[in-house]
Design a protein around this ligand. Sequence first.
Ligand SMILES: O=C(O)CCC(=O)C(=O)O
Ligand SMILES: [Fe+2]
Length: 330
Amino acid sequence: MPVETRPKIGDDAQISLDGREKAELTALAVRLRDTEPQLVDDPRWIAQARELSCLLPPRLRQVLRQFTWNSGREAMLLVRNLPVDPETVPDTPAVRGSVQRESSTSAASLVLIAMAMGEVIAFDKEKSGALVQDVVPVPGLEEFQGNAGSIKLNMHTENAFHEHKPDLVGLMCLRNDHENIAGLRVASVRNALPLLSDRTRDILHQPRFVTVAPASFELEDGMQEPHGILSGSVDDPNLKVDFSSTLPVDDEAGEAMAQLESAIEQIAHTLILRPGDLAFVDNRLALHGRNAFQPRYDGRDRWLQRVFVHLDFRRSRAMRRQDGQVLGAV
Ligand SMILES: O=C(O)CCC(=O)C(=O)O
Ligand SMILES: [Fe+2]
């Protein structure tokens, strides 16, 4: 089974822990898991994660540091060989809004790596504000354009509508689907841009697009300001679009968006994650989505755990009560 299709991601976009590094990470994850009150969302547990993240194996820390400096052409990082033992992973949850509030070795590994790069955050209106969220297929939601669905999930910037959308999205695989065909799709603007004409790029920079809250979010109010899909540097822009939630305000903008979608489809990678694989997507430069798969709801379905990271925690302070990790109305 190929790990991916289409152009390969380079070695600079991935790191596989060796046996010793895995043992070191496991020891830290167990220490964090056993930290009182053994609740992921508790500030004491998060404080311990912040401290222990400084003790991760040096080669991993170097790769993470490099990634936060510049996420590279692929605008993603794949960390492999994390301590996930498929034999001991519990049954895959199959309920809407499933989250990980109790500490576990897998959640601890995920949070340790995320906290080495920045601050884990969540939104109070999404998945009940939990910091570690389950990405699992849910019965009855097969057609849903959100991570509980199992049809193709359109390419998107995570929470594109939000002024404090995550900078990084981390997705760790505990179990893939039965057929091992479900893939996380990732596409970097740095690969897509050369496929677009100057005219199209110019239009994509203009405030001719509106993005509403995604289906996963309990509805946000009212009017959204038009924005550019591309922003910042003309040579190396940021990208913000959700092909399910962003609408062009005129026909020409719609045509430019269609050109972009076609370029994205051409350069997207499909990563068939294995248990113990953790992908970080740079949500400022890359889109992600998922291809279709067939859930069985037998406890052995695909299961990812997800975190969001902010690299500049201070920026969202006005939305966070008591300098905590959850963004909402204060
Ligand atoms: O299921 C996947 O691979 C990705 C789902 C997704 O977009 C998300 O959880 O943010
Ligand atoms: Fe997503």
